[in-house]
Design a protein around this ligand. Structure first.
Ligand code: XUL
Length: 526
């Protein structure tokens, strides 16, 4: 029997599955299901529920559950050997939270395969919708928690990050302050990752050290819930938070719901899930400290493995637990692919190939033209006031505006990652926009570093599948080594290496200063 492992990734816009065969070391199945298209009845746009307040971004736990049903049905239809799957793990968009009431534990234990997951879960939530990572509506709660914890530096050194609007702690505080009765009815709080793990396991699942670190509630060094942080956030949190555990750790056998309905192996193990970024660290094979990657997805993230926990005193970056042990360092920019798409739509550019051609018609440095493309409230630099700002850049010059958004995003990455104190000799790049050679050249030139493309469109789901395999091997006392486990699954695309151009790199050494001044000017004035 083939040794198959299933990894799922519930991201902002889609649910993906990757199945790996451990003996042949191959990905044997991949599938993605777009929320808006596959489940229009949930009325999301790019995976987010419409809201009058542009700072409020929620999605629906029932949408994620419906997608899980649909994806399993699709796998069955596609002939995936679900009976050969030995363990399942997964990852979720980070920070988003789900609020279970006291009925949830019982319902999860008795999921009825005759009904859909949505029907089963009716009535188990204390809050209908889930705030997600794009939400920027908790500045007040962030300030309150930060103050109680003793300021930016102390909050970051204790929890791994300063308080951030999207982090779960400030979101929980807002819920407690604005809907105290519903908060009171909350028996257990889950993350997107642990919510879906709970469905697979048929019981409330632990939160892992990777996703748990994105809450401003976990002690980043001790890896337990921090008493002061819980107290600063909301009452009775110790009772409402589940256990913390390593990702991939076995929770138990999968719920019989998936066995009866889809033919999943009854002995398959349900394991602890993690966040999409920690899972990508594994999927991209970034096991050794100092290896760095950039993911150009809905959000753009710059991340890598760190041996020791070293937090950002300026409060812009994060430290999360890595599924491979140790830590991962990360910085997240909200205006990633959606902002790139907005510029493309603004100038009516038919496709990314044409967009790239337009970029090629312009020179590195854009003759000093700069754009700040904050279509949404930005995380780094932090601003709750969206806006598009141009400096020495003619709004009507289409080609210059195409270069300007790419350059701004890469310059922001260079400027705001200085705290990481990493000087990588190469950066791996992944995600939708990484197939654009013009963007990769700008990245290589701005960072003055070799760039290698890794073509795993589903790096988080692959990381989750590898994490499932790791958990299964640990449970079988096989003492797996991460480096060996990930080897062969991910490798840079042959011939994809892009080297920095020395002349362009010198231009960006200067331009980054102008970019920083533009950022400061705008932040001071809004
Ligand atoms: C990371 C973050 C985003 C989400 C996207 O801190 O907020 O990258 O994880 O899914």
């Amino acid at each position: 029997m083939a040794k198959l492992f299933l990894g799922l990734d519930s991201s902002t816009q889609s649910l993906s599955a990757v199945v790996i065969d451990l003996d042949t070391r191959k990905v044997v199945y991949e599938k993605s299901l777009n929320f808006d298209q596959a489940l229009p009845q949930h009325k999301t746009q790019n995976g987010v529920l419409p809201n009058r307040d542009p700072l409020v971004k929620h999605s629906s736990p029932l949408l994620w559950a419906a997608a899980l049903d649909l994806l399993f049905a699709q796998m069955k239809k596609d002939g995936v050997a679900l009976g050969n799957i030995l363990a399942v793990s997964g990852s979720g968009q980070q920070h988003g939270s789900v609020y279970f009431n006291e009925k949830a534990a019982d319902v999860l234990l008795n999921l009825n395969p005759k009904n859909s997951l949505v029907e089963n879960l009716d009535g188990i939530f204390a809050r209908k919708t889930s705030p997600i990572w794009m939400d920027a509506s908790t500045a007040k709660e962030c300030a309150e928690i930060r103050k109680k914890l003793g300021g930016v530096k102390y909050t970051a050194s204790r929890t791994g990050s300063d308080t951030f609007e999207r982090f779960t702690g400030p979101q929980i505080r807002k819920f407690y302050q604005t809907e105290p009765k519903a908060y009171d009815k909350t028996a257990s709080i889950a993350l997107v990752s642990s919510f879906l793990a709970s469905l697979l396991a048929g019981k409330i699942a632990p939160i892992d050290f990777g996703d748990g670190a994105g809450m401003n509630l976990m002690d980043i060094r001790r890896k337990n819930w921090n008493h002061d942080a819980m107290k600063a956030t909301a009452p009775s949190l110790a009772k409402k938070l589940p256990l913390l555990a390593a990702s991939g750790q076995v929770i138990g056998p999968v719920s019989s719901y998936f066995v009866t309905k889809f033919g999943l192996n009854p002995e398959a193990l349900a394991t602890v899930w993690t966040g999409d970024n920690p899972a990508s660290v594994i999927g991209l094979g970034l096991i050794k400290p100092g290896q760095m990657a950039i993911s150009l997805g809905t959000s753009d993230t710059f991340f890598g493995t760190m041996e020791k926990c070293s937090t950002d005193e300026s409060g812009e970056g994060h430290v999360f637990g890595s599924p491979a042990g140790g830590y991962l360092t990360l910085i997240c920019f909200k205006n990633g692919s959606l902002a790139r798409e907005k510029v493309r739509a603004l100038y009516k550019i038919p496709d990314w190939k044409k967009f790239g051609e337009l970029v090629s018609q312009t020179r590195p440095g854009n003759d000093g033209g700069i754009m700040l493309p904050w279509f949404e409230a930005e995380i780094v630099p932090r601003t709750s006031k969206p806006g598009i700002y141009r400096f020495d850049l003619d709004e009507k010059n289409v080609a210059a505006n195409c270069r300007a958004i790419f350059e701004a995003q890469m310059l922001a990455m260079r400027l705001h990652s200085q705290w990481m104190q990493v000087a990588p000799e190469k950066i791996f790049v992944t995600g939708g926009a990484s197939s654009n050679p013009q963007l990769l050249q700008i990245l290589a030139d701005v960072m003055n570093c070799r760039v290698l493309r890794i073509e795993v469109s589903k790096s988080a789901a692959l990381g989750a599948a590898l994490s499932a395999a790791h958990g299964w091997l640990v449970a079988a006392n096989k003492n797996p080594k991460w480096e060996k486990l990930v080897a062969g699954f991910t490798a840079p695309v042959p011939g994809s290496e892009i080297r920095p151009d020395a002349k362009a790199a010198r231009i960006y050494d200067k331009l980054v200063e102008k970019y920083a001044a533009c950022e400061s000017d705008v932040l001071d004035s809004i």
